[in-house]
Design a protein around this ligand. Structure first.
Ligand code: ZN
Ligand code: ZN
Ligand code: ZN
Length: 167
């Protein structure tokens, strides 16, 4: 996906309750299919179902909620099945784990390996992903100056989204 050059391009806006979410879901599934085809990975029925359920909203979803939802439609879904699907989706960057919530969100960023910063609304639960390259670089530089061998960085920011902040 081409990124425009304006300074705000790295910022993903919050969606709020009223928007055409079916388009978000459609875009995510189309992207997942294309990415898996390109990498020769199999987007199995279960992996696709889990991805679909995660994209049910822009809120982070816990693994046991996914299990509950899956149990409504599939017979005898076991936790390892859900975890294996999540591992696959995370390995391909289609889903991120939000550590502070112990939950998962669909990736709305690029196909490349990226450092994500998450803006987490404490009121409505919406999570917005930022791909602020400058933030990632600054963190990496500071860590290197401290002699720290940085392996992974996830920034999780808690507050209120625009809709909740003005309510
Ligand atoms: Zn949406
Ligand atoms: Zn992402
Ligand atoms: Zn909110």
């Amino acid at each position: 996906m081409a990124k425009s050059q304006d300074p705000g391009a790295g910022l993903t806006a919050f969606h709020g309750a009223r928007h055409a979410h079916t388009r978000c879901v459609g875009r995510a599934l189309t992207r997942a299919e294309a990415l898996c085809r390109r990498r020769g990975a199999r987007l199995t029925y279960m992996r696709r179902r889990v991805l679909e359920l995660i994209w049910d909203s822009h809120k982070a979803v816990k693994a046991y909620d996914l299990l509950d939802r899956l149990s409504e439609s599939e017979k005898s879904v076991r936790p390892p099945t859900v975890y294996r699907a999540l591992e696959f989706l995370m390995a391909h960057g289609l889903v991120h784990r939000v550590d502070s919530l112990n939950a998962f969100v669909g990736c709305s960023g690029s196909d490349e390996q990226h450092n994500a910063q998450f803006l987490i609304c404490q009121e409505c639960g919406e999570v917005s992903e930022m791909d602020g390259a400058a933030i990632g670089k600054a963190v990496a530089r500071q860590a290197a100056e401290a002699g720290f061998n940085l392996r992974r960085q996830t920034v999780e920011l808690h507050g209120e989204c625009p809709a909740c902040a003005t309510r």
